[in-house]
Design a protein around this ligand. Structure first.
Ligand SMILES: Cc1ncc(COP(=O)(O)O)c(C=O)c1O
Length: 446
């Protein structure tokens, strides 16, 4: 049965390049056969997996192929996929060393490798979580702890009611997940100072308000629409001197630090106190995998640690002291496998290759007469096909056509199509096929 399941997986991957990127309406309608009443009787597990493959696989979006450019979705490098299969087979609970030495040790190793790859200070610690949303949450929980601890307030024990106030600053183009994390931490989605940004979404240094030791300053490395980076080199030294806690949302952009050609974009972010990034974006670990990193890991542990008589704890790093969950998947093993297989060079190659593909998209679309709205600094491209209605109609037709898949956005008042090249699979052929389809579809829509 396991061998058959592996055959279905291989069959799925073999077919992914030849199919429509979005599932057909018939495939989605076919899901109704999986969504009926729960049967009374047990069924043959092989039949269930067969059913999933025959009806579920066609109703997926082809994220594992080379022409999915939606959101900032990475693919899955083969070592990560193989590791994910083993991790599922092992069924480890990666909460404590005693439950899974392999999960605990590889997670710690992967965290060290990520900090090294991103050029972060020695001694940085962290957590492997489900994505950048939770990574932002963990890092900001550490920030909240550290700032209130300076005032003698223990936020984990005593909560936020009556606590000294914390000022939170974000750029006006902050990612919504960071704002959500602030809400979950009791710091308020609305109770933030939004610092004005420029036309690429970069925080304006001249518009930065006064910072002090009760401030959490949230910077961004890689805007989800433009790919732009806040000018950390110009902001961080003064922010550090003022005693502010600097947090960086670098869900994908921070990985530019691995490339000799793009590293300059990340200069200054290493001066921060905490960082959030994703394994499932540029490193192509597969869903789901995020990473929170904190310069003083003690603060993260203070925010997240858990004690109970039955939870046996030793001398080594215990994963569950650093993240919100107790029971958890050994996703650190998949992160370890992806990085171990890519090495420093392979990681930099993904970053450089996908960024070159994005530049080619921008060049091809400009040459065809369309307006590219952003400076293509990394892997993100915003293109307008004219009015908002026309742009949205083109995006709808592109999705329906199935050659590739792109989403839409509104960038500083202008409706645009987003192209995010984040998968290791995307080839020059994929880019040229997609460009040709985009141009053809715009002409058809005229
Ligand atoms: C800058 C930024 N921060 C945070 C996130 C949220 O990441 P996740 O979906 O992994 O939680 C994203 C997602 O695209 C992002 O681009």
């Amino acid at each position: 049965m396991i061998a058959e399941a592996a055959v279905f997986c291989a069959d799925y991957l073999a077919g992914v390049d030849g199919r429509s990127v979005a599932p057909s309406a018939e495939a989605v309608a076919g899901l109704a056969d999986l969504c009926g009443d729960l049967p009374d009787e047990a069924a043959d597990p092989l039949k269930i997996v067969e059913l999933l493959h025959s009806l579920g696989s066609p109703a997926t979006v082809a994220n594992s192929g080379g022409r999915y450019f939606g959101f900032v979705n990475g693919g899955m490098v083969p070592a990560a996929l193989g590791a994910a299969m083993l991790v599922s087979t092992w069924d480890q609970n990666a909460a404590f060393q005693v439950q899974s030495p392999v999960a605990a040790q590889l997670e710690a190793t992967a965290l060290r490798w990520v900090a090294e790859l991103l050029g972060l200070p020695e001694g940085t610690g962290g957590a492997v979580v489900t994505g950048a949303t939770m990574a932002n949450f963990c890092a900001l929980a550490a920030a909240r702890h550290a700032i209130l601890e300076r005032d003698g307030w223990n936020v984990e024990e005593d909560g936020l009611f009556g606590a000294p106030p914390i000022t939170v600053m974000v750029g006006d183009e902050v990612h919504s997940s960071l704002v959500k994390a602030l809400g979950m931490l009791g710091l308020g989605r609305r109770r933030v100072i939004r610092v004005p940004v420029d036309g690429q979404g970069r925080m304006r240094v001249d518009a930065l308000p006064h910072l002090d030791a009760r401030t959490i300053l949230c910077l961004q490395a890689g805007n989800v629409n433009t790919g732009a980076f806040d000018p950390a080199g110009a902001i961080c030294p003064a922010a550090r001197a003022a005693g502010a806690w600097i947090h960086v949302d670098g869900a994908f952009g921070l990985w530019a630090a691995t490339s000799d050609k793009l590293r300059d974009l990340t200069a200054g972010f290493e001066l921060a106190d905490s960082w959030a990034t994703d394994g499932h974006k540029w490193p192509n670990v597969g869903y789901d995998c995020g990473v929170a990193l904190v310069r003083d890991a003690r603060t993260l542990k203070a925010a997240m640690s858990i004690q109970a008589a039955y939870l046996m704890q030793g001398e080594l790093r215990e994963p569950s002291h650093y993240n919100p969950e107790l029971s958890r998947r050994a996703r650190g093993v998949e992160l370890w496998a992806a990085l171990r297989s890519l090495g420093r060079k392979g990681m930099a190659e993904i970053v450089e290759r996908t960024s070159a593909h994005a530049r080619r998209f921008a060049e091809g679309l400009r040459a065809a007469g369309f307006a590219v709205l952003n400076e293509v600094v990394i892997n993100q491209v915003l293109v307008s096909f004219g009015s908002a209605e026309r742009t949205l109609e083109v995006v709808r037709r592109i999705q329906e056509d199935g050659t590739c898949w792109c989403g839409s956005t509104v960038w500083q008042g202008k409706t645009a199509m987003r192209i995010s090249v984040s998968s290791w699979v995307t080839s020059e052929r994929d880019v040229e096929m997609s460009l040709a389809a985009m141009v053809r579809i715009v002409l058809e829509a005229s």
